[in-house]
Design a protein around this ligand. Structure first.
Ligand SMILES: *[C@@H]1O[C@H](CO)[C@@H](O)[C@H](O)[C@H]1NC(C)=O
Ligand SMILES: *[C@@H]1O[C@H](CO)[C@@H](O)[C@H](O)[C@H]1NC(C)=O
Length: 263
């Protein structure tokens, strides 16, 4: 028998006897594996991330903590509540199969990472110390359904970059220090059902939300002014702690659609 055959057969026998480890070594897509090694180094290599390795290893085959795979691709990174700090590295943007990134309840600070996985459906950055702004790159994650950046220290106004996020259904920006008016492109959030903007420093009116298919809206404890748009009066709305105008609402301009909820 050819030596190669003998080697292969003994490998298969070993695999059957040991069931697993050596047989699935190196199954992870090399781009994904490399991005996770960069992430690990950027997190200052915490030992709580069991199995993780800065120099090699196989995230999918060795079940790195918080990592979920489908075949050879990493699909989910969940590092919630692990007391992590440092940064999220610069290579997440190459992880094209990651749809779920949850780093909530940690000690991350500074600016939110610009290089986000491009096909994210769920992003949770809640309960950290991120500051400054939501990066422009959020406008490119057009599959996003759930975005949660609540309980951070974001201060800047929202950029007008939400025009492509038509799959977004839940947006939680509550408990930050964001200022400025709501961006005009919020009116393009055609899939939105719940929006949590409470406990910020937003100003201006909430007119841009008037035609959205919202079921839940919380705008409490901001600096909003103007009138509650008629369609939003029929939804689960929390609005205390603002400077609403109490006089009679102005008549809609001629030619404006009737203010009733479509559905
Ligand atoms: C991440 O893991 C935590 C617990 O470890 C869990 O509560 C949370 O739901 C998970 N997040 C996602 C998006 O699956
Ligand atoms: C957002 O994330 C925070 C922290 O994990 C959590 O407390 C909150 O309930 C989340 N909001 C939504 C709308 O899921």
């Amino acid at each position: 028998m050819d030596w190669r055959w003998r080697e292969l057969i003994s490998f298969i026998i070993l695999c059957i006897l040991w069931s697993k480890p050596i047989c699935i070594q190196g199954t992870t897509n090399p781009t994904d594996a490399s991005a996770l090694r960069v992430l690990y180094i950027s997190l200052d290599s915490p030992s709580r991330l069991t199995q993780w390795n800065a120099n090699g290893g196989d995230p999918c085959g060795q079940s790195w903590k918080g990592i979920t795979c489908s075949d050879s691709r990493v699909t989910e990174i969940n590092l919630s509540g692990l007391g992590l700090s440092g940064s999220l590295g610069y290579q997440l943007g190459s992880m094209t199969s990651v749809t779920n990134l949850d780093v909530s309840n940690n000690n991350f600070g500074g600016e939110i990472v610009y290089n986000l996985p491009p096909n994210l459906k769920r992003l949770n950055l809640g309960r950290n110390n991120f500051n400054k702004a939501i990066p422009y790159s959020i406008s490119l994650t057009t599959s996003l359904q759930y975005l949660n950046i609540s309980h951070n220290q974001l201060q800047d106004p929202l950029m007008d970059v939400y025009g492509q996020l038509t799959s977004l259904s839940i947006l939680d920006l509550s408990f930050n220090a964001m200022s400025g008016n709501l961006p005009q492109s919020f009116s393009s959030l055609s899939g939105i059902s719940s929006m949590y903007l409470q406990n910020n420093r937003f100003t201006g009116t909430i007119d841009v939300l008037a035609t959205l298919p919202l079921d839940n809206l919380n705008v409490e404890n901001n600096r909003f002014t103007g009138w509650i748009p008629e369609p939003l009066k029929n939804i689960n709305l929390q609005k205390n702690g603002n400077s609403w105008n109490t006089g009679p609402a102005p008549r809609p301009p001629p030619g404006a659609p009737p203010a009733s909820r479509r559905n």
